[in-house]
Design a protein around this ligand. Sequence first.
Ligand code: MN
Length: 293
Amino acid sequence: MRLAIYDDYRLGTVDTVARTITPVAIDTEPGDPDPFGAGWWVRLCRDLTEGAKLPVIGEPLSLADVTLRAPVLNPGKVIAAASNYGAHIAEMRDKVLPRSGVTGQAWLLDFDVFLKAPSSIVGPDDQIVLPHDVVAEGQEIHHEGELAIVIGRAGHRIAEEDALGHVFGYLIGLDMTVRGNGDRSRRKSYPSFTPLGPWVTTLDDAGDWHELSIELDVNGEVRQQVSCANMLVPVPGIVAYASKVMTLEPGDVILTGAPPGVGPITDGDTVHVRIDRLGELRLPVVTEAIAGN
Ligand code: MN
């Protein structure tokens, strides 16, 4: 199943061959909070992972006629893995960190997980907005096209062999990043710095994560191209590692790390990421307007 959120927070399943989206019922309850509370979404991630079925409530619509939103709502956490491909660690050490004036932060080259603000999430039909102050300061803002996962079953200290049983599905994620000194959570949490989509593909339709491959181009120039099998810490290992610290909850998002080929984007660019079986994201890049201008 491929699950999308569209228009005014409607829920639909996507047929990628027919290019249609079929409306399905949202399981609301009396007193349910509005969509921004996302209680129904979190419950849905849990229930679908446990085998629940979605009742169809309308005829299929053409995907071209709807506006796709980020296919997650207000996750409690957006977790991201860092330094998870060998060739990316090498490019950071040899090129990106020296060029960005980063000194004394060798830990940036070690595998770890960190948090991004959920308010940085945008959807497939949105745009990437470069913060005007960051642009004015001349700091590079980079694309990191990544495999992302949505958690379906809660757990703390999840064993690696049980990890995939806690995953609801996969999607494409962009981990937009300001290069420079300081904490990742600050450099990666600006509004629009976590594009997600185009929909969540459940494990049965996505296949094995290590058979997926990521390709990212900017204005048609391929910059990142990698097999997910090259991850240093595999998907089950990332889930296990993060859950040693944080209780993973339904709806939580985990980005699995940047492939090699990260680089700067600027106003007017178009960033395009594709993962076979998961779809594609294509977002224009604009600079934030300065208030009053
Ligand atoms: Mn990243």
